[in-house]
Design a protein around this ligand. Sequence first.
Ligand code: NAG
Length: 248
Amino acid sequence: MKGDLVVLRLGFVLLSFVLMAGGVLSIRLPDRISEAGKDPTMNQPLKTAVFALGSFWRSEAVFGCLNGVVRTTVGYAGGAKTNPEFRSLGDHAECVQIEYDPKLVHFRQLLDIFWSSHDSRQVFGQGPDVGNQYRSIIFTNGTEEARLAAVSKEREQTKSRSSIVTTQIQQLGTFYPAEPEHQKFELKRNPFLLQLIGNLPEEELARSSLAAKLNGYAAELCPPNIQRQIDVKIDDILKKGWPILREV
Ligand SMILES: *[C@@H]1O[C@H](CO)[C@@H](O)[C@H](O)[C@H]1NC(C)=O
């Protein structure tokens, strides 16, 4: 068989592209068929965090690439309107919901990323995105998270007294997931990457850790070392003519 001839065989589907806990990308060959397609996060006790920091397209990309983040979803929270929609979100803010493995990433680290990924002193928006829906909010669940959020906000404020940190700290109420077209928005703008993971249907895209990571990669918002690792892996896969990337 010619090396550059792409042969699609069922066996390829069993090849799995996984982002390992340490952030190392690797290809894994399951030794039993029954292992293919198994969700490694199924028995993992995950925690959930929600942040508002401007456009939720960007917010999802910022958090999706972090080690320990299993799933991301964009949506609306922080307001009173029931069943908000993109065109009528009422008093809600655009948010990202992050499902993470607390053994791999701590709420404190998520807070650090939150602060370093937007301008918390900007009033009524972020950059070109102007409006109440782009306000800065840390949602907390329980007294410990509320305490950590308050401490981190104080620390942020002491960095400079030239302006006020506008970030609100709110108890997490209902999170309303946004419409499908807003989920993994950065990834969806990249047909090449979408094709590389097999043009997953919407429901799978929504739940996929790989899609969350590649969404950050597509926006070039992964930490530089992870951005490079994914670059290398994709180059490698292109050279080998491997048709589909799948996670288990
Ligand atoms: C808040 O935390 C508790 C305990 O970890 C969890 O059971 C609950 O689902 C969380 N609530 C929300 C809204 O995430």
